[in-house]
Design a binder for this molecule. Structure first.
Ligand code: CP
Ligand code: NVA
Length: 304
């Protein structure tokens, strides 16, 4: 595995290894020990969009492993390919650093950087997917629910980048995935087909949030308006009415169903304040696990 671009591109074995390494390194660091396997190594972090969790957790992970991280904010790099072609940027970066983490609008930009860089590329969110989030979520579900096989994850809301990575992740880890969205905001058929090819009949789409949360061990949601869609916000808020993960919807889920959100959350829209702060909510464990998964990912890709 040279790069980490999409969960779908990885084999189940590679993902299981990454999960096991995340758990081992998490235990090591919780015990106050360190693994400085990336001493002298440098990570470049390129952001076309804003970030709190991704930026800070990658930087901390790199420092934890003995390395250094360079943060290039949206104002520094602009849209990749605008000042100079992505293929030129990739070859320049690869001569300075040991790994390049990228958050972009277009997923094609990440693929192009990977094609031209001889060093690993990590997808830190594109309009198409968010694989680091998906894997941190699997780690979190494993910790809270135990064996992953057969668990049902109900994703309520926009069929977006986060939903797509979760569909792929569920298929790879033998889980059931259902996406409940308003008409026009469904997860695309290609994504569902790919997940179902990995694990037959594991992924489906509905327009009924109640049907989705029935018998679900995990209820997941994300913003209705992703970065780059800000102009559509009013229209989306109107069209997603009835798709909030609120107390009324959670009444229809099993009593102990876990609530997940990749954050940032918009209380009163995709999630209510009460559900976000409820005992069922594991959103901050999820946020923490970004660090634990990414520490493992960096070690896996760089410390060969
Ligand atoms: N969940 C997530 O990726 O958060 P940030 O956008 O703050 O990095
Ligand atoms: N779907 C959201 C996720 C943010 C972490 C977005 O792309 O803005």
């Amino acid at each position: 595995m040279k790069s980490f671009l999409s969960i779908q591109d990885c084999s189940s074995e590679e993902l299981k290894e990454l999960l096991a390494l995340s758990r081992d390194l998490k235990a090591l660091y919780k015990n106050g020990k360190r693994d400085i396997c990336l001493s002298g190594k440098v990570l470049a972090m390129l952001f076309e969009k804003a970030s709190l969790r991704t930026r800070v957790s990658f930087q901390v992970a790199m420092v934890d492993l003995g390395g250094t991280a360079i943060y290039l904010k949206p104002e520094d790099i602009g849209i990749i390919g605008k000042r100079e072609p992505a293929k030129d940027m990739a070859r320049v970066f690869a001569r300075y650093v040991d790994c390049i983490m990228v958050r972009t609008f277009s997923h094609e930009t990440i693929l192009e950087l990977d094609q031209w860089s001889h060093e690993p590329i990590i997808n830190a969110l594109s309009d198409w997917s968010h694989p680091c989030q998906g894997m941190a979520d699997i780690l979190t579900i494993r910790e809270h629910c135990g064996d992953l096989t057969g668990l049902k994850l109900a994703y309520i809301g926009d069929g977006n980048n986060v939903a797509r990575s979760l569909a792929f992740a569920c298929a790879k880890f033998n889980m059931q995935f259902v996406c409940a969205s308003p008409t026009g905001y469904e997860l695309d058929a290609e994504t569902l087909d790919a997940a179902n090819k990995t694990l037959p009949n594991c992924a489906s789409q509905t327009h009924d949030p109640v049907e989705a949360v029935t018998a679900a061990q995990i209820v997941y949601t994300d913003t209705w308006t992703s970065m780059g869609q800000e102009e559509e916000k009013a229209k989306r808020v109107a069209e997603f009415a009835g798709f909030s993960v609120d107390e009324a919807l959670m009444e229809k889920a099993p009593k102990d169903a876990k609530v997940m959100h990749c954050l940032p959350a918009y209380r009163g829209c995709e999630i209510s304040d009460g559900v976000m702060e409820s005992e069922n909510s594991i959103v901050f464990d999820q946020a923490e696990n970004r660090l634990h998964f990414q520490r493992a990912l960096l070690k896996y890709l760089i410390a060969k």
